[in-house]
Design a protein around this ligand. Structure first.
Ligand SMILES: Cc1ncc(COP(=O)(O)O)c(C=O)c1O
Length: 386
């Protein structure tokens, strides 16, 4: 691709941005630069690469690619989504306050509440889908608003532009975990967010064969800080994983379309099913965040949550499926089914889970790209066993 990535559509950018043919051979796929250091041409002169914690060409290609897809000035890549979140929070100082979505990935909650709390950073959890609750929670000490939309696993939707306005009015930055939708469906920086984080382990990689985290900044100042943090703290993403995630991103658009059409077929099955209670999926017109999501995203994604009434019923369903696999994680080509209360959200205290609605009967599916009829048939037979 020659020219400015901004002039091209999403999938063209996904395939080409940051990935010109390799200079010495013309290799169309960015090579895996598996090296720890680089030889200098002569004293005081090198090619821009000194030591691989600071610079790696495969990593640089992935970083340029995600920056182009999210519309940021730059991006930094880390060993996992949690490592990217750890880099993000280095913007904070002791005494600062963060307002975070009350329902979020359990590992992020664990990091905030069990580790960062010890460094004098205060975390307040609110339902950010309710902008008046967000506004009411803001104080002069609030330096960051941290949201997931949709949330995990309750699929609550926050109005990004509204949250950005509130954060900025109080001198705070808005950081968004965009893992669930990916930039194909939602680009928070276009709605006023300052920072985007990803668990690239999920939809970006898409094949459940690597881990990674990405942090995209809207401002040069933030990006320069994260480049410094990445090099200094050292939680970098290795070149092999960068290669795998770059390869995954090339098919992101077609995969997301299929994830979503399969999800809609499953929602149709569940909607009429006597064993199924509440279905949480923002694509349903009755979902309270449906209209906001229509406005700020171009789709509803491939994750849904529903209630089957009890731990026993959930266990029966999870043990009976044959095409879906009982596993944590999401965003891969294969469909995964999990029980948030005992798996991804076990680190959230039961009283908090009960308060916000992560019930014992809740089941989450990350819908893969298998044949629609096989997924629907598998779930139908497994639900009958309840
Ligand atoms: C929404 C979300 N953010 C962040 C993470 C953490 O990412 P990782 O597992 O790559 O560290 C996860 C992991 O499941 C997640 O679901």
């Amino acid at each position: 691709m020659k020219g400015n990535p901004k002039d091209f559509g999403f999938s063209t950018r996904a395939i080409h941005a940051g990935q010109p043919p390799e200079a010495t051979t013309g290799a169309v796929a960015v090579p895996i630069f598996q090296t720890s250091t680089y030889v200098h041409d002569e004293f005081g002169q090198h090619k821009g690469f000194e030591y691989a914690r600071g610079e790696n060409p495969t990593r640089a290609a992935l970083e340029a690619n995600i920056a182009a897809l999210e519309g940021g000035v730059g991006a930094t890549a880390y060993a996992s989504g949690m490592a990217a979140i750890s880099a993000l929070v280095t913007l904070l100082h002791s005494g600062d306050r963060v307002i975070a979505s009350r329902d979020m990935y359990g590992g992020t909650f664990r990091y905030f509440s069990k580790i960062l709390d010890r460094y004098g950073i205060d975390f307040t959890y609110v339902n950010t889908a309710d902008l008046s609750a967000l506004e009411a929670a803001m104080t002069p000490e609030t330096k960051m608003v941290y949201i997931e939309t949709p949330t995990n696993p309750l699929m609550e939707i926050t109005d990004l532009a509204g949250a950005a306005k509130i954060a900025h009015a109080h001198g705070a930055v808005l950081a968004v975990d965009n893992t669930f939708l990916s930039p194909y469906l939602q680009r928070p920086l276009e709605h006023g967010a300052d920072l985007v984080v990803h668990s690239a382990t999920k939809f970006l990689n898409g094949h459940s064969d690597s881990m990674g985290g990405l942090l995209v900044a809207a401002s040069q100042e933030h990006h320069d800080w994260f480049v410094f943090v990445q090099k200094s703290a050292g939680a970098i993403l290795g070149p092999m994983d960068c290669f795998l995630i770059l390869r995954g991103i090339k098919t992101l658009g077609v995969r997301m379309d299929r994830h979503e059409s399969n999800t809609q077929a499953i929602v149709r099955l569940l909607a009429d099913h006597p064993k199924v209670g509440t279905i949480l999926y923002p694509g349903l017109p009755a979902h309270p965040g449906h209209e906001i999501q229509r406005r700020q995203a171009t789709g509803f994604g491939g994750v849904l949550t529903f209630d089957v009434g009890s731990t026993e019923a959930a266990a029966t369903l999870l043990n009976r499926v044959q095409v879906l696999s009982l596993a944590e994680s999401l965003g891969g080509v294969e469909s995964l089914i999990s029980h948030p209360a005992s798996m991804t959200h076990a680190s959230v205290p039961k009283e908090n889970r009960d308060k916000i609605g992560i019930t014992d009967g809740l089941v989450r599916i990350s819908v893969g790209i298998e044949d629609e009829a096989d997924l629907v048939g598998d779930l139908r037979q497994a639900l009958e066993a309840i």
